[in-house]
Design a protein around this ligand. Sequence first.
Ligand SMILES: NC(=O)c1ccc[n+]([C@@H]2O[C@H](COP(=O)([O-])OP(=O)(O)OC[C@H]3O[C@@H](n4cnc5c(N)ncnc54)[C@H](O)[C@@H]3O)[C@@H](O)[C@H]2O)c1
Length: 326
Amino acid sequence: MRSAIIGLGVVGCVHLQILAAQKRCVAALCDINKEAMSAAAASYCPNTPIYTDWMTMLDEISPDAVHICTPHYLHAEMIITCLDRGIHVLCEKPLCMKPRELSEILAAQERSGAQLAVCQQNRYKPSFRFVKEYLTDKKIRAAHGTLAWSRGEDYYNSAEWRGTTAYEGGGVLINQALHTLDLLRELCGDPEYVVSGKDNLTLRGVIEVEDTLSASFFGKTPFTFFATNTGSMDLPPQIQIVLEDGENVVWMPDTVLAGGVANRFSAEPDRILGKSCYGSEHATLIDDFYTCIQSGRPFPIDGTEAARVMRLIFAAYESGGNKVKI
Ligand SMILES: NC(=O)c1ccc[n+]([C@@H]2O[C@H](COP(=O)([O-])OP(=O)(O)OC[C@H]3O[C@@H](n4cnc5c(N)ncnc54)[C@H](O)[C@@H]3O)[C@@H](O)[C@H]2O)c1
């Protein structure tokens, strides 16, 4: 398998480090920032060709798989182009930014013989797998998810796309909180309606998008969700569940309270790459991506699967206090 990475920023370098550690063939790197890309290449794959134009890279290298690690507004076009060329894709979250892009991506996935995988790595967390298994055959009465992180001016000024409607497509929900909302939805099932409100509480004049959002989802299993980037530090995301029999179950990345017991899941420190909030599952997911391609097994988080949380996000953004069908 000859792989290429497009976008060698914060998370693209995590992908590169993992490909190097897993001894996979990095056939090309591409970034419009040649300096940053050259530094990354020098550290992990000094003889690998580098490109500043991704279409030229695809034409000249014809990689078997492409990792898309660019800002949100570029995901749809890059995914569709690669899939239409029969190139397997691992795209960073979010899958896309707009409902129309989602339909186009799903159509491209349908007509392509290549696999589309989306980097929602928290689904691979041992703590999440444990809670999912624990809840099998148990009925959830209600649930709530919370993400309270800290993203201030320095973070938003670190790249031009951050905090903009046109390039990020939203704020805390589509970026930082997507993973926790996805896990909550995985446990509760797909809701039918949402009522949501969002605001920019602390970063007016700095970002165009929301720093805080609250949403109530209605359906067979109702759940609520709160996300904010206005905290003073990154608290562990949390999902609180009450079962029909009154039992409380709580998921956090490294602890699950279930059956009256605190079950601990500590990540191996040397497996955490990039920011600690990314967790250590990028490596597990990337390994599974290549195993799936080589064995022909469908990757579990494909476009159709990633679309499920995207529909919740799009409806929550549309809501503005009104009940919106998902
Ligand atoms: N799964 C996770 O936990 C996780 C964590 C961090 C980021 N992400 C996602 O990864 C993506 C990138 O985030 P980031 O924090 O690394 O951003 P970043 O700004 O640090 O990196 C983006 C890189 O893309 C490059 N780029 C921009 N336009 C390009 C183009 N046309 N061709 C080639 N390269 C181009 C930029 O120069 C930059 O180096 C986003 O979608 C983000 O949401 C996911």
